[in-house]
Design a protein around this ligand. Structure first.
Ligand code: SIN
Length: 498
């Protein structure tokens, strides 16, 4: 394969340095790491391999920028975010090219991600002036009580590679709206998209030090522990695996930081006999195979009621057979590579385990070495059982395992058996069932008759070991605010002259 990035319309968006205090910088050690196109393994370029000392410089810059940034009016911060949003829209094609290059997702998906990502800046530009406090009727006579919403302070943001733009804007948008300054750790696999966003922050007029991007691959654990142990950083927001989330939470304990964590999922996707088959099949395609199954909200366990099971298998497989797998830049490609060989091995292990234990592969089920070592065929397996690996672990890849169930109570029990609870989906035309099952599922987000639930306006987050805190929506900004209560005493005096 001879792919390299098609020229950007604006070549100055392609940066190969970190961004600290408004300047493009190398690691103090001079070390770099290489980033590769996951489809071809060809080098894209290098980025600074930063260490604790570099991160400390970024933290200090964010701390120095905080006093003046938090004093800006919310309307001034709102205008900056709005401008950053517009710049993302204006440069959507270039940002999408960078996403496809380093993440592998097809251009159409990458463009969708840019719109989704920019939407967080738009949304939080609108929320910034609406961080209202309360006026409270005091219990004590003569007291007057009100609350102020204040920025929590310097924030550390750690984001994953699966949405190289959206996971960053989902955190930076509310942080800046609240008046916080940030140190963002770019994903090691996808730092070029983050760097382009940093360049656009300059053009949006975000003051130096307000947004800092540090980069690292092998040093990622050191960068993470510098952020979590810093007494200057008051809040950490992390999207990634449950295992890493637990580690970051432990590391944050000594400085008692405010935390919000969006961690792993193992989404149940339920189709009842009374569902509209086409709607359910399309929902399953969208939910399971978006980004080749590499999202935290992807359907992982597909439970299909026995009366519709065979029909669903046939219709679903027919759609999967229509996929075109290849390089994300190629015309007509619907699904790209996985991010790296560890992802391919995990997917393959789940498929092997399922087939060994009686699952039947209906389509796919193998690596695609002719395309490249990171490609795996979109796979559907029927006759799945609860003792298979896929039933208990997030696959994070393009494998749909179809389980058969009989009753509503049985499937809700199976769905809730997971120790995580991020998203859950179900399909039914019965409005009573829709309420009943939505209320019974132990997840933070429910899709009813849809496989796509992501929206800057809707609260995103999980329960159980999928983490805590909500991103997007009116709740997202709260994660970056603290409430200060003010009591004014001696206020119940009579009018002068009374
Ligand atoms: C994720 O995979 O963590 C985010 C997915 C989304 O925002 O839709």
């Amino acid at each position: 394969m001879g792919h390299s990035v098609p020229p950007l319309n604006d070549q100055s968006l392609l940066k190969s340095q970190a961004f600290i205090n408004g300047k493009w910088v190398d690691a103090k050690s001079g070390k770099t790491f290489e980033v590769k196109d996951p489809a071809t393994h060809k080098p894209i370029g290098t980025m600074p391999e930063m260490n604790a000392s570099d991160v400390q410089t970024a933290i200090d810059a964010a701390a120095a920028a905080l006093p003046s940034f938090r004093k800006l009016t919310a309307r001034e911060r709102s205008r900056m975010l709005r401008k950053w949003y517009q710049l993302m829209v204006d440069n959507a094609e270039d940002i999408a090219k960078l996403i496809t290059w380093e993440n592998g997702k097809p251009m159409a998906d990458a463009k969708g991600e840019v719109a989704y990502a920019a939407g967080f800046f738009e949304w939080f530009s609108e929320e910034a002036p609406r961080a209202y406090g309360d006026t409270i009727a005091a219990t004590v006579a003569g007291n007057r009580v009100f609350t102020l919403k204040e920025p929590v302070g310097v924030c550390g943001l750690i984001t994953p590679w699966n949405f190289p733009a959206a996971m960053i804007t989902r955190k930076i948008g509310p942080a800046l709206a609240a008046g916080c300054t940030v140190v963002a750790k770019s994903p090691g696999e996808t730092p070029f998209t983050a760097a382009a966003l940093a360049e656009l922050s300059v053009r949006a007029g975000i003051p130096p030090g307000v947004v800092n991007f540090v980069t690292a691959m092998d040093n990622t654990p050191e960068v993470g522990s510098t952020i979590t142990s810093s007494p200057i950083i008051k809040k950490v927001s992390f999207t990634g695996s449950t295992g890493v989330g637990k580690l970051l939470m432990k590391q944050s304990a000594d400085t008692l930081k405010k935390l919000s964590f969006e961690l792993g999922g193992n989404a149940p996707f339920i189709v009842f006999d009374d569902a509209d088959l086409d709607v359910a099949v399309n929902g399953a395609i969208a939910s399971k195979f978006r980004s080749s199954g590499q999202t935290c909200v992807c359907a992982n366990r597909l439970y299909i009621q026995s009366g519709i099971y065979d029909k669903f298998c046939d219709a679903f497989v027919a759609k999967v057979k229509d996929f075109k797998v290849g390089h994300g830049y190629d015309e007509g490609v619907t699904h790209g590579p996985l991010i790296h060989d560890r992802a391919v091995s995990k997917v393959d292990a789940h498929v092997q385990d399922a087939t060994k234990q009686g699952g039947t592969v209906l389509v796919g089920g193998q690596k695609l070495p002719d395309l490249g070592s990171n490609f795996y065929a979109p796979t559907v397996i029927r006759d799945m059982t609860d003792d298979m690996q896929l039933a208990h672990e997030e696959t994070f890849g393009p494998v749909a395992g179809l389980f058969k169930f009989e009753t509503e109570a049985e499937v809700v029990k199976l769905a809730n058996a997971a120790d995580v609870g991020l998203a859950g989906y179900f399909f039914s035309k019965d409005i009573h069932r829709c309420y009943r099952v939505a209320e019974a599922l132990e997840v933070g987000m429910v899709g009813v008759n849809t496989g796509l639930i992501s929206d800057p306006a809707a609260p995103f987050g999980g329960v159980k070991q999928s983490g805590f805190g909500r991103e997007g929506s009116k709740l997202g900004i709260e994660e970056y605010l603290v409430t200060k209560m003010v009591t004014l005493g001696g206020m119940g005096q009579p009018l002068q002259g009374e």
